[in-house]
Design a protein around this ligand. Structure first.
Ligand SMILES: [Zn+2]
Length: 699
């Protein structure tokens, strides 16, 4: 009896509870239907039967990203200008680019379907079972979050909803997905999806994502890179390798396991990639170089500016304040340098090295400066900019300078009356006792000329003569003078200078920028100036940063400097170290230059200048020494001449060699006295104090 009554009671209770639940469900449905009513009307109005209306939404979506509206924050930009206010780059913190699905690697699409929607090609926009499972999960965990959306639903959500996680939004998304499937083909839906999916850091679509994460076009992505992008798609910033590599690795592994399970890739590939890929990929560069526009024509400048921002402010701050960065670079000179470098690397270098391994081992760098102002007009940090080759060798790499330093020592010797251009020194093998043992500096090719005047020794860059001149100097005094006259070289470079005789042959390491700052006062007749590239930074009309031009006037005697410059004009003339390269390249302007060759043959330097334009070029082996020994005249000189030929008329002017304390005089080659009509003669600019008083009597 009692049992029966209990059972009856239970049944009644159950019926009541079920009825209540049923009533609740009906109420909820009515409530939702009412809530969706307006939205539904909009969906039907917008989507019904028209492809254009969907693509109009895609366009609208793009505008929202670019101009900020409907839930999108206003986009910010970093703009980089050249010296003529030409925009070098306009970087956006949000970016979007629609590309055809044909441009996307098939494996990226496959992985995307494996990750997001395995039954994409067979379902009708929604998979009821998935919605039901997701609904149950929501009820169980009490969260208002929906997973398990099909790709069509995601397209629907991004284009037609406010993307807030509400029940009405979900209902709208489902109904719209249903409509979209009726209007678009599967391929069209997929194409829209890969173009609007968010990949973090303001990047929408696979095209901008590839640029951001890999600095590549999407067509160039390899399998692992595509997998990395797909694996973080559900919450790109949370799973991004910039935040936490371990999380990325975990997500990557999940995708690989799924791809393995559906037999898309074999177990070995899946396990190998899961184990290694995320670890081996260098994500440290992201955050700075990832904002580079890969289509950009001045990647070295862009990259330098971004790292400068990153170390002085932050990329985030620069975007938030819409930084406008005014640089000293000249786009025309920059393109000319890059073009010339491409030609040098693809045509000249291969013709001058004996071994393909040498060719790969060689790197280059160059920087052009206006010597009077210190403005950097152009530079390249390596052969070709890429994410794998973005180290800026022009500013950051220090290399042995070799003979390129000799003019500085001769200048000091002239200033201190140690020698003058007509002083004769015996060019011979040397053996010098030093505190660390015997030092035997050799001439290039171990050739010696016997007695030779300084102007020829400099023209031919003879080591023996240079060392003998340096031995006559007090090297501590020389270094004191050096630090006074060239204060703008890097402190670390400066500290490396020690008063050893070997500094006369450039046994120490400087950067190209150091060399440029040393040659500035030589080229501009006496004003030391610090080279710089960032002129000023503006934000919404305010000056955030303004470069202080650092200058020291009259640091070198003008007359003696002109004397040195004239001699440096001889290096490209008959008998000079860069004469061959000049003739080969058909260079047709006056130029003053010095080649630099290091003892180990690892470095080739060239510095060339005229009034208004100073360029330093370096070519060198990255690792070890190559089979081909490098010389300044055999390598870097070529790039200098090819490049300068293109821009000379716009920037450079020849010197006048007019000075109250000196003049150009003909000198007899044999007696080194003032030449008469019959003498074999050479013209030199000499201060009156260095001019011979007598005429040659031998001719
Ligand atoms: Zn003579």
């Amino acid at each position: 009896m009692i049992d029966n009554t209990n059972k009856k009671n239970k049944r009644v209770k159950r019926t009541i509870i079920l009825s209540i639940i049923l009533i609740l469900i009906i109420l909820i449905f009515l409530f939702l239907a009412y809530g969706c009513y307006k939205d539904l009307a909009e969906v039907i109005l917008n989507v019904s039967g028209k492809k254009e209306s969907i693509y109009f939404r895609v366009k609208e979506f793009q505008n929202q990203i670019h101009y900020g509206s409907r839930g999108f924050a206003t986009p910010h930009t970093i703009t980089i200008y050249d010296r003529n206010r030409v925009v070098i780059a306009s970087l956006k913190d949000k970016d979007y680019q629609f590309i055809s699905i044909q441009q996307v690697p098939v494996f990226l699409i496959d992985l995307l379907l494996i990750k997001e929607d395995m039954t994409f090609f067979t379902h009708k926009g929604i998979v009821p079972r998935r919605i039901f499972v997701s609904l149950l999960k929501n009820i169980r965990y009490g969260r208002n979050a929906f997973g398990g959306s099909t790709i069509t639903q995601q397209v629907s959500k991004l284009l037609f909803t406010d993307q807030k996680k509400t029940v009405t939004r979900k209902v709208k998304e489902i109904i719209t997905a249903f409509y979209i499937e009726k209007i678009l083909t599967k391929e069209e839906i997929l194409e829209i999806y890969i173009n609007i999916a968010y990949f973090g850091y303001g990047r929408y679509g696979v095209s901008k994502a590839s640029e951001f994460y890999f600095n590549k076009k999407v067509q160039q992505l390899n399998f692992a890179e595509a997998a990395m992008l797909v694996s973080i798609i559900s919450s790109p910033e949370r799973f991004s390798p910039l935040k936490n590599k371990d999380v990325t690795k975990e997500k990557f592994k999940v995708l690989m396991n799924r791809a393995k399970k559906v037999e898309y890739i074999d177990a070995k590939t899946a396990d190998n990639l899961s184990q290694n890929y995320v670890d081996t990929y260098d994500f440290t560069k992201l955050g700075v170089s990832s904002y580079l526009q890969i289509e950009d024509k001045s990647p070295w400048v862009q990259s330098y500016v971004l790292s400068w921002i990153n170390s002085n402010y932050s990329i985030k701050q620069a975007f938030e304040s819409d930084f406008e960065i005014y640089t000293t670079t000249d786009s025309y000179a920059q393109f000319a340098l890059q073009d010339s470098a491409n030609y040098y690397v693809s045509q000249i270098i291969p013709s001058r090295v004996n071994d393909p391994a040498d060719e790969n081992n060689l790197e280059i760098a160059s920087v052009s400066v206006n010597p009077l102002t210190g403005e950097i007009l152009s530079f390249i940090g390596g052969k070709k900019y890429s994410p794998l080759n973005e180290f800026n060798r022009a500013f950051s790499s220090r290399r042995q300078v070799g003979s390129i330093i000799k003019p500085v020592l001769y200048l000091y010797a002239f200033l201190n009356n140690i020698v003058n251009p007509l002083t004769v020194v015996e060019d011979k093998p040397l053996s010098i006792e030093t505190s660390t043992g015997k030092w035997e500096p050799k001439n290039y090719g171990q050739q010696y000329n016997g007695p030779i005047p300084i102007f020829r020794a400099l023209q031919k860059s003879l080591n023996s003569v240079m060392v003998q001149v340096a031995m006559k100097m007090d090297l501590n005094d020389f270094l004191d003078w050096f630090n006074d006259v060239f204060p703008f070289i890097d402190k670390k470079s400066q500290e490396a200078l020690k008063p050893y005789p070997s500094i006369a042959l450039g046994s120490f390491e400087f950067s190209l920028l150091d060399i440029a700052s040393i040659y500035c006062p030589i080229a501009n007749l006496g004003t030391s100036v610090k080279p710089y590239l960032i002129e000023k930074v503006m934000s919404h009309g305010n000056i955030i940063y303004q470069n202080n031009v650092e200058k020291i006037y009259d640091s070198i005697d003008k007359t003696l400097d002109l004397e040195l410059i004239y001699l440096l004009g001889l290096t490209s003339a008959d008998g000079g170290t860069s004469n061959f390269a000049k003739r080969q390249t058909g260079f047709s302007y006056p130029v003053y230059s010095k080649t630099g060759t290091t003892n180990n043959g690892k470095d080739s330097w060239f510095v060339g200048f005229t009034d208004g334009l100073l360029t330093v070029v370096w070519t060198g082996y990255e690792k070890d020494t190559g089979k081909t020994a490098l010389t300044g005249g055999g390598f870097s000189a070529y790039l200098y001449y090819i490049y300068t030929q293109k821009i000379y008329p716009f920037f450079a002017e020849d010197y006048k060699f007019v000075d109250e304390n000196g003049s150009i005089v003909p000198i007899c080659e044999t007696t080194l006295l003032k030449a008469n009509e019959n003498c074999p003669k050479i013209y030199l600019f000499l201060p009156y104090i260095h001019q011979p008083s007598e005429y040659c009597a031998s001719h």
